[in-house]
Design a protein around this ligand. Structure first.
Ligand code: GTP
Ligand code: MG
Length: 358
């Protein structure tokens, strides 16, 4: 007989999950890509394949509890390390960016991020014991907290949601809590969307390239971008954090020339992506509390970043692989342009040193 737990699990397996249109599209894209990968493998000899993986390092730290364990043997990835953002940057830098139609497909995700972020701030207010400045906004807070979907069938933000989010962002209590977002792990893209609220909740809004870089889209499976540079064809794969445990993907990537390992520096205490300098400088979450071997000063962003990098480099030295670390901000196109150029240069030098390139 199955245990109640097993029954529950079996039951859960049959509960249809709420899958957004974007998730469905991503899932279809991923299945198609899976088939194409096998077909491509045969005539890929002139293609430089690169694989992007998420942060696997900091996921083993238990919530809020400082611990000396620094590495996790299981490939659990903390999501939101910036892989999809980097892939979008590659499209912007090397493939003429997004068409108007492509930008429009991100609209539901941007609006959904807006709703999720406002919910997050309202919960944050509870944690920080901050009240709404205007008691009349309680009704708007209830609307936001109880709403699961803020986009109508016409893909426009539902008017009552636009009104509630607008009123709440005008509330001094909400703003005070948003400005202390680093205390409850508010993604800093949330602030970006709030600051652009008037534009985003406007009728016929179409996301800009910057909006697209800031939006979080939950994708399943793998996504891909390809581009040509200096007579070479590059193909870069993003394996979503949720996919990392599925070993079936890895057989497709035997011939990758480089692995781009994307790590959110803020992952050291399992927070989501934020500006690490904010957290280390203002939140009291000093690196030594999570990595007792760190002997550098508190509130020193550079020393902390160097230490976290050494954890990777030391590991790779032991395995005989070379790691080329780069510090950057995945949402800044000009910074990524520079890093990508260095990365491609290294990939070409490492892989084709003895091969004359025509
Ligand atoms: N401030 C800041 N935000 C970033 C950076 N990289 C990504 N983000 C933001 O973090 C969020 C998640 O980034 P994604 O690129 O979707 O993360 P991912 O690694 O693809 O996440 P999964 O698909 O869940 O594995 C988005 O809102 C991005 O705009 C960064 O370097 N700095
Ligand atoms: Mg992603």
């Amino acid at each position: 007989m199955r245990s109640p737990e097993a029954c529950l699990r079996a039951l859960l397996a049959y509960v249809p999950s709420r899958v957004s249109e974007e998730e469905k599209r991503a899932s279809n894209r991923s299945a198609k890509l899976d088939r194409e990968l096998q077909a491509q493998a045969r005539n890929d000899t002139h293609v430089v394949k690169m694989l992007m993986l998420a942060n696997m390092v900091f996921a083993c730290l238990s919530f809020g509890q400082p611990t000396s364990r620094s590495f996790c043997s299981k490939p659990l990835g903390t999501p939101e390390s910036g892989k999809s953002t980097l892939l979008k940057q590659m499209k912007i830098i090397h493939n003429c960016g997004f068409t108007k139609e492509e930008l429009a497909t991100f609209k539901p995700a941007v609006l959904d991020n807006l709703l999720t972020s406002m919910k997050f701030v309202l919960h944050g207010m509870g944690k920080l014991h901050i009240s709404l400045a205007n008691k009349k906004n309680k009704a708007h807070a209830r609307v936001v907290l109880s709403c699961e979907r803020c986009v109508g069938d016409d893909q426009e933000l539902l008017p009552f949601m636009a009104c509630s989010i607008y009123r709440l962002w005008g509330d001094a209590g909400v703003r005070a809590a948003a400005s202390r977002g680093h205390e409850y792990q508010l993604n800093d893209s949330a602030l970006y969307f709030f600051e652009n609220l008037n534009r985003i909740i406007g009728l016929h809004y179409i996301p800009t390239q910057e909006d697209v870089l800031r939006v979080r889209v939950r994708t399943s499976g793998i996504t891909e971008t390809q581009f040509s540079l200096s007579h070479l064809q590059y193909r870069v794969y993003d394996v979503g954090a949720h996919q990392l445990s599925q070993k079936k993907w890895f057989s497709h990537f035997d011939d990758v020339k480089a692995v781009i390992f994307v790590v959110a520096l803020t992952g050291y205490d399992l927070n989501l992506v934020q500006d690490p300098s904010l957290k280390i400088m203002h939140s009291g979450r000093h690196l030594r509390l999570y990595h007792p071997e760190f002997k550098g000063p508190d509130c020193d962003v550079n020393a902390a970043a160097q230490h976290l990098t050494s954890l990777f480099v030391d590991r790779s030295t032991a395995s005989g692989k070379t790691v080329y670390p780069h510090f950057t901000n995945a949402t800044h196109t000009s910074a990524i342009r520079q890093v990508l150029s260095k990365v491609m240069d290294t990939v070409v030098r490492q892989n084709f040193e003895d091969v004359p390139l025509l």
